[in-house]
Ligand binder design. Structure first.
Ligand code: UDP
Length: 239
């Protein structure tokens, strides 16, 4: 596994669910450790890595709003939950020797750095993994959009979306055994067919900035490093 990585700098989007394992809430320690191994391997082949983490495993704004919390307030609660996931990820990465910084879009000086674009770039250049917490810092957005935004700000060569399946299919592969995985798609395919890759604003932002989106399974071993070395199974969304 010495092949040159095909992308020099990537943004990895992890949904909160990626840390949840088989549970229905919170962070599963084994799953967390597995995911951090994937990140370490990507670092070890020289890829610069930044991460945006979601919070669906803890709190979602829409669900909070449905239960009666003011929508914007519920969204802020969701953003705060991403900070918890970011700190868990940081701890797990540092335990295996990966240097990290957490930068939060909602300043929280006692537990993380504030988001400062040029400082984040410097961290990446020094080989640190930068974990972006609190999404975009604005209610009514998602961490998918935050991922597309930070990928553009960090001049990333690709946005990697780690999911539960190894790409985008024409039907749900868990229900339909004849479902076929797309090798490639265009941004417009995804928007027109409303394929569940990332939300439409994330797709549009990636399209405007010409950043390919690579959808792969974060749960199969070595998946990230394989994708980075052009060997893995994935779907690539680009122009
Ligand atoms: N959120 C927000 N603004 C952002 C990013 C996230 O308000 O820029 C809130 C929103 O309520 C969302 C929650 O944080 O439901 C958790 O993020 P998301 O649902 O994107 O997490 P994921 O689905 O990736 O686990």
């Amino acid at each position: 596994s010495s092949a040159e990585p095909r992308f020099k700098r990537i943004l990895l989007k992890l949904s909160g669910e990626a840390l949840m394992g088989n549970g229905s809430y919170g962070i599963d320690p084994e799953t967390l450790d597995r995911v951090t191994q994937e990140i370490k391997q990507a670092r070890d082949i020289g890829t610069e890595v930044c991460v945006v983490v979601g919070a669906g495993n803890i709190f979602r704004g829409l669900k909070g709003a449905a239960s009666g919390i003011d929508r914007a307030t519920a969204d802020y609660m969701g953003m705060l939950a991403t900070v918890m996931n970011a700190l868990a990820l940081q701890s797990a990465l540092e335990r295996i020797g990966v240097h990290t910084r957490v930068q939060s879009a909602i300043p929280m000086a006692s537990v993380s750095e504030p988001y400062i674009r040029r400082r984040a770039i410097r961290h990446l250049e020094k080989g640190r993994v930068v974990i972006f917490a609190a999404g975009t810092g604005n209610p009514f957005f998602t961490t998918d959009t935050a991922a597309a935004l930070r990928a553009a700000e960090m001049n990333c060569n690709a946005l990697l979306k780690g999911t539960q399946v190894d790409g985008v299919y024409n039907a749900d592969p868990k229900k339909d055994p004849s479902a076929v995985r797309y090798e490639t798609l265009t941004y417009m395919d995804v928007l027109r067919q409303d394929l569940k890759v990332m939300d439409a604003s994330a797709i549009s932002l990636s399209r405007e900035n010409n950043i390919p989106i690579v959808v792969f399974s974060i749960h199969s071993e070595n998946a990230l490093v394989n994708v980075l070395q052009g060997k893995g199974t994935c779907t690539i969304v680009s122009g």
